[in-house]
Design a protein around this ligand. Structure first.
Ligand SMILES: [Cu+2]
Length: 68
C-alpha cells in the first residue's frame, strides 16, 4: 500500500467532505481515504498496482473539485 496526500480546493462544508470521501473510497484500488475541510486535503491509502495519484486526482475533479 502507498499513501498520498492530495490538496483539494472547492470544498465548503462537511457535505463536500462526504462527497470527496465517497468518490475516493469508490475508486478502484483505494483502501482508505481521510478527507479534511481545514485544510482541504485527502489522505489516501491505495494499491499502486490498481491506481495512481493522477487517477485519484481525476476522480476528485470529476466530482467537481480541484485536486493537486
Ligand atoms: Cu459542501
Amino acid at each position: 500500500m502507498e499513501t498520498t496526500t492530495l490538496t483539494i480546493k472547492g470544498m465548503t462544508c462537511m457535505g463536500c467532505v462526504g462527497s470527496v470521501t465517497r468518490v475516493l473510497k469508490a475508486a478502484p484500488g483505494v483502501r482508505e481515504a481521510q478527507v479534511t475541510l481545514e485544510p482541504g486535503q485527502a489522505k489516501v491509502e491505495y494499491d499502486a498496482a490498481l491506481t495512481s495519484p493522477a487517477q485519484l486526482k481525476a476522480a476528485v475533479e470529476d466530482a467537481g473539485y480541484e485536486a493537486a
